[in-house]
Design a protein around this ligand. Structure first.
Ligand code: URA
Length: 236
């Protein structure tokens, strides 16, 4: 017997957390009965449906997507804004692994594998994410040092970040910095730079682990290769 949300995530419905919301919304039936509690356990002989559609053992798929600016990291939006699944058109019910802000561009993984999504979201697995940030002002060495040591945010102190200063442009009064972190707190990079006194004007995710957007343009996506998945899972 396994928990209903785990079985749903395994079947590729959504992440475990999202499956919990789907259950609470009353969209799930077990053997024809609506289930809204989260503690329920099911066995392989139970018939599970979401919106009256039986969950199956959908093939697990993994895509790398180059998210354009002004696209929501979500599968739907009640305000009608563009969402990532408008771009990544595949047969499976995929969703983004973590989130990039509406205005942030760059690398985003999309999958229907709830366990993989869960693994990637966990900071203890320390999957590096590298961002390129364009900042207001000329960033100081002191501020860069603070980012490398850790910055106190509401969620806690960030782990030491790697930073690489690419440019300080006094004419435009901007700086460009590459920063590598492995947590994925909400708005983390923007908050880190804001806290050290240099607000982000533009943010782009260059890399997730070894995965880069080489040769891709905004809006494009490609399958993630088996060896790349192994690298992301720390198995290679
Ligand atoms: N950090 C942010 O502040 N925004 C993002 O989109 C990603 C990381």
């Amino acid at each position: 017997m396994e928990r209903l949300q785990k079985v749903m995530a395994h079947a590729g419905v959504a992440s475990r957390r999202k499956c919990e919301s789907i259950i609470e919304e009353g969209r799930v039936k077990v053997n024809g009965q609506v289930v809204t509690e989260l503690g329920v356990k099911v066995s392989s002989s139970d018939r599970i449906t979401v919106d009256d559609i039986p969950i199956g053992k959908e093939e697990r798929v993994y895509y790398l997507f180059y998210k354009p600016q002004n696209v929501l990291s979500s599968v739907s939006d009640d305000r009608g804004r563009p969402v990532v699944t408008d771009y990544v058109k595949v047969d499976q019910r995929i969703y983004p692994v973590g989130r990039l802000d509406f205005d942030t561009t760059g690398a985003l993984i999309m999958t229907n594998d709830g366990d993989f999504s869960h693994y990637m979201a966990h900071p203890s697995h320390e999957v590096d994410k590298e961002y390129q940030a364009t900042l207001e002002g000329l960033i100081t060495n002191e501020a860069l040092k603070q980012l490398r040591l850790g910055v106190r945010l509401e969620q806690g102190v960030t782990s030491p970040a790697k930073t690489k200063l690419l440019k300080r442009d006094p004419k435009k009064n901007i700086s460009v910095v590459n920063i590598t972190i492995h947590e994925g707190w909400n708005h983390q990079v923007k908050l880190m730079f804001q806290t050290v006194g240099f607000p982000v004007k533009r943010l782009h995710r260059i890399r997730i682990g070894h995965l880069k957007l080489d040769g891709m343009i905004p809006g494009e996506y490609r399958r993630i290769k088996p060896f790349e998945l192994k690298q992301l899972r720390g198995e290679a």
